[in-house]
Design a protein around this ligand. Structure first.
Ligand SMILES: NC(=O)c1ccc[n+]([C@@H]2O[C@H](COP(=O)([O-])OP(=O)(O)OC[C@H]3O[C@@H](n4cnc5c(N)ncnc54)[C@H](OP(=O)(O)O)[C@@H]3O)[C@@H](O)[C@H]2O)c1
Length: 341
């Protein structure tokens, strides 16, 4: 089986490429070669947004499976189909579990949960991508499978509900300095944090699986934690035993920082428990085995190995300090009114 990953050196795709290489699969990665390559894989260097240049780089090669990790909008998929329409027997699109219905109606989520997210444009664009591919299958027989990862982390990610995506060590630094970290809401909403090595096992099981064409899957751990447990486990892995927390309602956060609406109301503020029965039915040996407390230890060890990795998002730090200060001021005023007044 000949496989192509568009991407292949990112957070999720690195683990998939490494596992494929370990299993001896014939895998090519198409990317701009801005990150380290994965031993045991071939490479095509191209910018996928440049259709002509990519077509030249691809030439007359074809693949059994193409996995597209980096389409975010139907326009991206339209470009992919220009390049790969007649060159692929299965096209796997990486969507997002954030597409599932928000506000949540039933916290138990299966692949047939409706796709609706009025709060996050990113999710709406992923939904539009899925609809585009469903139409392509129906009208032109284009063989697509859809995968919806939920929050998936590897060694470079500290997966918390209020952190910097680009510089995630920021919250660990705050924890270690004894500064308060923000947990949206009461920290009681339920989440599953999936290690990329577990995700990779599910994805690889779907490669070349003809029965999966036209189907959507999420692939997550079955370990369900609330955000308080997740922050506590993260602090423990960072060697912090007196975690300072500011619980702030998501409504309050979004009123102060409107750009957080998608991530919070559209995603992490809600309790969601993804049911993995479908991926287990299609890939019977799939089982996520990495517990969060073990996965996060690996991530923190990765940052601790090399100080140059410990970059801080100063802008987010300043926003956190300001948010905590206004929240505490409001709390004092409220206490004054209700208790002392
Ligand atoms: N992580 C999560 O929690 C999560 C949850 C839900 C959905 N997802 C989805 O997962 C996907 C991200 O996968 P990932 O984590 O592996 O990606 P990533 O960390 O964003 O990495 C991007 C990959 O694509 C390559 N790339 C970027 N721009 C390119 C371009 N213009 N042309 C060619 N290659 C390009 C990069 O290599 P170069 O820079 O060398 O080109 C790299 O290999 C997204 O679709 C996202 O929506 C992630």
């Amino acid at each position: 089986m000949k496989i192509l990953f568009i991407g292949g050196t990112g957070i999720i795709s690195t683990a998939c490429a490494e596992l494929a290489a370990q299993r001896g699969l014939d895998l090519t990665l198409l990317n701009r070669a801005q990150r380290r390559n994965i031993p045991g894989t071939k490479q095509i260097v191209a910018d996928i947004s440049d259709v002509d240049a990519t077509m030249n780089a691809v030439g007359n090669r074809s693949w059994d499976v193409v996995v597209d990790f980096i389409s975010f909008h139907p326009d991206d998929l339209e470009k992919r189909l220009k390049i790969f329409r007649d060159k692929v027997r299965q096209f796997i699109f990486i969507s997002s579990a954030s597409a599932y219905q928000k506000p949540v109606v039933d916290y138990r989520v299966t692949e047939s949960t409706p796709l609706v997210n009025p709060f996050w444009e990113y999710s709406r664009d992923k939904i539009a991508c899925e609809e585009y591919l469903a139409r392509e299958l129906r009208e032109n027989g284009f063989p697509a499978t859809i995968i919806r990862p939920s929050f998936t982390y590897g060694e470079t990610v500290i997966p918390l509900s209020f952190n910097s995506w680009e510089r995630p060590y920021t919250v660990i630094d705050r924890m270690r300095k004894g500064l308060p970290v923000i947990i949206p809401g009461d920290g009681t909403s339920l989440w599953q944090l999936t290690h990329n090595m577990d995700f990779a096992k599910g994805l690889l099981g779907l490669l070349g699986h003809q029965g999966s064409i036209g189907h959507a899957f999420h692939i997550t751990t079955d370990e369900v934690l609330n955000w308080n447990q997740i922050y506590e486990a993260t602090a423990a892995a960072a060697g912090v035993d007196d975690l300072q927390v500011a619980h702030i309602a998501s409504d309050f956060i979004v009123a102060c920082l409107p750009d957080k609406q998608g991530e919070l109301h559209g995603d992490k503020s809600e309790s969601v428990v993804l049911d993995n029965a479908k991926i287990k039915r299609f890939v019977p040996d799939f089982m996520a085995t990495r517990r969060y407390r073990d996965g996060i230890e690996r991530s923190i060890a990765w940052y601790d190995t090399d100080p140059s990795r410990r970059l801080i998002d100063e802008d987010l730090n300043a926003r956190m300090d300001k948010l905590i200060a206004v929240y505490q001021k409001g709390l004092q005023d409220a206490k004054q009114t209700f208790i002392n007044g």
